[in-house]
Design a protein around this ligand. Structure first.
Ligand SMILES: [Zn+2]
Length: 304
């Protein structure tokens, strides 16, 4: 696998430039793509100083987003005056911090402290400012950027409007947050879906790319990732298996969170990581119930 991983450094593939984020693009950072000449910057949450430099040189003309998450918009505030494009299904949470928090299910009872934490970090850490898109990206459309042709690929699951981009001439596919990391996929938002995540990853695998970029960690594959695709999806099955093994008796959500199935151990800040455990394992429980494999009695989940 190691020969498939490239060093996380800035490099261009024809007109498409990979801009690495700090700390290998690990959350709360991400990697960006920059389409030179056309001046399209995708997911402005990589290195803030580098993005400022591009802005100050007048090279950025528009910002596109793969999806609405905070770790992809952290430096969007530098580009307040530029057109913003995003898929319609992901546009709403960018319009207000309250809607943003609601989409993470922080309007639920008992979430008051966590919500207050998020309302604060959205501004202090992620420079959140309400934005409305100038144009909506549409699944299947082809965008001509002059020296490069872009296919817009709607890939829901991670978020309902998660969008990937295929740059035809250099054969570069931006996978967004289907990032092929060992952590595996995130599908913990109110509108995330395990089944759509699996379908989107399988669809993306079929794209005849020569270079694959993603928003976190390795971020750049110049050879077909091969087994890495399988390992990535396998994480979903492993999480489910661990949950099923734990449900030898009725369990509450708090019991399930205490197993650290997603993050593998207790981590700080709790407000963040417990929310993640709750969100992802909630989706697994929801899925088991939908399949008739589990039921919920009061606060307890049990297998049928
Ligand atoms: Zn994301």
């Amino acid at each position: 696998m190691s020969n498939r991983k490239q060093e996380c450094v800035e490099q261009a593939f024809g007109p498409v430039r990979f801009l690495p984020g700090p700390n290998r693009g690990k959350y709360p950072h991400c990697h960006s793509l920059f389409v030179e000449e056309a001046g399209v910057l995708i997911d402005p949450a990589s290195d803030r100083e580098r993005l400022k430099e591009l802005r100050d040189q007048g090279k950025v003309q528009a910002v596109w987003l793969t999806h609405w998450h905070e770790d992809h918009i952290a430096h969007l505030d530098l580009f307040d005056d530029l057109p913003l494009w995003i898929c319609e299904e992901d546009a709403l949470p960018l319009s207000s911090k309250d809607i943003f928090c609601d989409w993470y299910a922080l309007d639920q009872p008992g979430m008051e402290t966590v919500r207050a934490y998020w309302m604060d970090i959205l501004e202090s850490q992620f420079h959140f400012k309400p934005r409305k898109p100038h144009r909506l990206l549409v699944d299947g459309e082809t965008i001509n950027l002059g020296n490069v042709t872009v296919d817009v690929i709607h890939a829901p699951g991670h978020t309902p409007g998660h969008t990937c981009f295929y740059f035809r001439e250099p054969g570069v596919l931006l996978l967004g947050d289907y990032d092929l990391t060992p952590f595996g996929p995130w599908y913990g938002d109110v509108l995330s879906s395990i089944e759509q995540t699996e379908a989107s990853v399988k669809k993306l695998r079929q794209v005849p790319a020569r270079v694959w970029t993603a928003c976190h960690e390795t971020g750049l594959f110049t050879e077909q990732p091969g087994q890495v695709w399988d390992d990535y999806l396998q994480v979903i099955r492993t999480r489910e298996d661990k949950l099923l093994n734990f449900m030898t008796e009725p369990r509450t959500m708090e019991d399930v969170i205490g197993q650290h199935i997603v993050y593998l151990k207790a981590r700080e800040p709790k407000e963040f990581f417990e929310m993640g455990e709750r969100a992802i394992m909630g989706k697994h429980l929801e899925s088991l119930i939908a399949q008739g494999r589990a039921v919920k009695n009061g606060d307890y989940y049990e297998l049928t």
